[in-house]
Design a protein around this ligand. Structure first.
Ligand SMILES: [Zn+2]
Length: 179
């Protein structure tokens, strides 16, 4: 058996593998998932974890390599963060409207609370949102941040959301919606 095999889904005890490529997964790699652990291995062997701006700068400068562990239910996987530009856009170090779908402007939002059966009495409600400014929600964290700043909404970033073509639905704390 080769000592370093690629792309194994399950680790065989006693075997070692090369990390997988995060870039190969494109947007599917969960760069912002809170349970993803980032760590860097510097050229002198120093290991640090965190994966913030400083890690990015060192990786770009070639002083370190950046890795991430993506935990799963039954096993976890090790990835090399091999496209640092994608990483920077995904975690918000670089603001890219093409990645988030959201221009840095005041969005023109038309919205309505979706009627649910039975009528929801929870703190959060599903809100149908139309973006008349031409934006698209591709990245929920950024949309939540923009709407918090612009309209005081508390958008649930862990709840269900979806939509396309400027028409979306998100979960918003009812009290934050105002009138
Ligand atoms: Zn917009």
């Amino acid at each position: 058996m080769s000592p370093a095999r690629r792309f194994e889904d399950k680790a065989v005890p006693g075997s070692v593998y090369e990390p997988r490529s995060a870039a190969a997964l494109g947007r599917e790699f969960p760069y912002r998932l809170a349970t993803v652990c980032y760590f860097e291995v510097q050229t002198d062997g120093t290991v640090l974890w965190g994966g913030g701006r400083e890690s990015y700068d060192r990786a770009v400068a070639g002083e370190s390599r950046l890795f991430a562990v993506w935990p799963g239910e039954w096993s976890s996987h090790l990835f090399l963060i091999d496209d640092l530009e994608v990483f920077a856009r995904a975690v918000g170090i670089v603001y890219d409207p093409k990645w988030t779908g959201l221009a840095e402007h005041r969005h023109e939002v038309t919205w309505s609370i979706r009627e649910e059966q039975p009528k929801s009495r929870g703190a959060y409600v599903t809100v149908d949102v139309r973006l008349d400014c031409g934006c698209e929600i591709l990245e929920l964290d950024t949309f939540a941040q923009h709407l918090r700043d612009q309209q005081g909404w508390e958008v649930a970033t862990s709840g269900a959301w979806g939509g396309s073509g400027g028409k979306h639905h998100v979960r918003v704390r009812r009290k934050s919606l105002g009138s």
